[in-house]
Design a protein around this ligand. Structure first.
Ligand code: ZN
Length: 451
């Protein structure tokens, strides 16, 4: 009994033929705080609710023959008029339009005549489908998230839906299934922290994996998670993390280090050659975390290229990802998005743009080739390593400035990676801000976040 990706109920009688879909709605919504029940006080309202002239609509129309859906649940139907003095529902401020926060169900019939048994069953099924889509309706609570039209418009709609609607019974019937535990087993929840330095100080929780989905809400307010707040996550897919509480989804880039996780031992003086890899499956989860702004196909390409090249080069896939993410600003820099140059190869302070590659694979191959030339010498390389190193566009410059094999450990890259002249003063290479050290530290956070 699901809703499709555009917010249409697949069980609606007009789902396939789309008859009576209404043009009367506001595009989008400002949250889903309550379901409002109505009675049409008429015999066939399909035409009225779906013709432009009427300027009214409802998301659903519950008739004896079945339920029609007139407006997508992602949009706001014109069902509730406006606030009238003395309104009982206080879920949103009086300055707000209640239609933008509610889903409306018209029930065809008369206020003084009870709904048919079939309509009652359909109403229960529809409420359950809505709750399956929006967990804030588990459970339904009359007067709070399950309303009468008269709770909004007491003057003009005192009898909508009328005294024969037993809200306690309607809620109990809808809750009888929606409160049951989910049948699909979920992986154990993991604790994460919202990054302390989030722009704006919070992340928005959404009802689906994408900015286009409506905001989730909690206790009548738009659901936001504060910077530094600790959350439980049970799934990360396509760059979006699902909250184990069921509240909704947040963008995975906003998360950091699993709280209470056992630290993985990547020593400060980790060697570049022979450093440990995690494999493509877990690497993909890390790519989802740090490259969440990039399209899914590109995250696939990054994962596959790093997995393949890391194995051939015998360099940690996590550290390669860490270096590429650091160099590209989590895969958002112009130099990366326009040239697939993962590490500023050939770029200089005086404005040289640097090398250009034809894709993710060749860009990463050049970066890893360059890394190999820092970490070891051509004589010490395996055949596969030597092949990758042959794609380093900066091999000659490196050889001249520092010599091949000048940085066997990640920390040794300090003041050497991308720097032509050797520094005069010995650098604080173990500082957390030092180049190679920061790559190791970043790699540790990826490991901890994906345990
Ligand atoms: Zn009404």
């Amino acid at each position: 009994m699901p809703f499709d990706a555009n917010g249409w109920w697949t069980e609606a009688v007009n789902y396939h033929d789309k008859r009576f879909r209404s043009p009367n709605f506001y595009s989008g919504n400002k949250g889903r705080l309550a379901v409002v029940l109505h009675i049409t006080d008429g015999t066939d309202s399909r035409g009225w609710l779906s013709k432009p002239l009427s300027k009214v609509s409802s998301h659903f129309l519950n008739r004896d023959e079945g339920v029609y859906q007139l407006v997508s649940i992602f949009d706001s139907s014109w069902a509730n008029g406006i606030w009238e003095p003395g309104h009982a529902w206080k879920g949103v401020a009086d300055s707000e339009n209640p239609n933008k926060y509610t889903i409306s169900i018209e029930n065809e019939g008369r206020p003084k005549k009870a709904l048919s048994a079939k309509q009652q069953q359909q109403l229960t099924a529809l409420l359950q489908a809505i709750a399956a889509r929006y967990p804030q309706f588990i459970p339904y609570r009359p007067g709070i998230n399950l309303l009468r039209h008269t709770d909004i418009s007491p003057s003009h709609r005192p009898n909508c839906p009328g005294p024969l609607f037993d809200f306690a019974r309607i809620a109990a019937a809808a809750n009888s299934v929606t409160s049951a535990p989910p049948v699909v087993p979920t992986p154990p929840a993991r604790k994460y922290r919202i990054k302390p330095a989030i722009p704006g100080g919070y992340v928005q929780v959404r009802q689906g994996r994408g900015d286009g989905y409506p905001e989730a809400s909690i206790a009548g307010l738009s659901a936001r998670l504060r910077a530094g707040e600790i959350v439980e996550i049970d799934d990360v897919t396509s760059g979006w993390a699902h909250l184990a509480s069921g509240l909704g989804f947040i963008e995975a880039w906003a998360l950091e280090v699993a709280v209470g996780a056992t630290p993985i031992a990547l020593p400060d003086d980790l060697l570049i050659i022979g450093s440990p890899s995690v494999g493509a499956t877990r690497l993909r989860r890390m790519v989802d975390l740090c490259a969440s702004r990039r399209p899914e196909a590109e995250r696939d390409a990054i994962t596959n290229a790093i997995s393949d090249l890391a194995a051939k080069a015998n360099i940690s896939d996590v550290c390669i990802l860490s270096q590429a993410a650091k160099e590209t600003g989590n895969f958002t820099s112009d130099r990366y998005t326009k040239s697939y140059n993962f590490a500023g190869l050939g770029a200089t302070n005086d404005g040289a743009w640097g090398s250009t590659f034809d894709g993710v694979y060749s860009g990463l191959r050049a970066m890893i080739g360059h890394l190999l030339n820092y970490a070891t010498t051509p004589e010490a390389m395996t055949q596969e390593q030597r092949l990758i190193a042959s794609f380093d566009p900066r091999a000659d410059a490196l050889k001249k400035a520092h010599g091949f094999g000048c940085a066997p450990r990640w920390v040794d890259l300090w003041q050497k990676w991308g720097v032509i002249a050797p520094p005069k003063v010995p650098p604080p290479k173990m500082s957390k801000d030092a180049y190679g050290m920061s790559i190791v530290i970043r790699a540790r956070s990826y490991l901890e976040a994906t345990q």
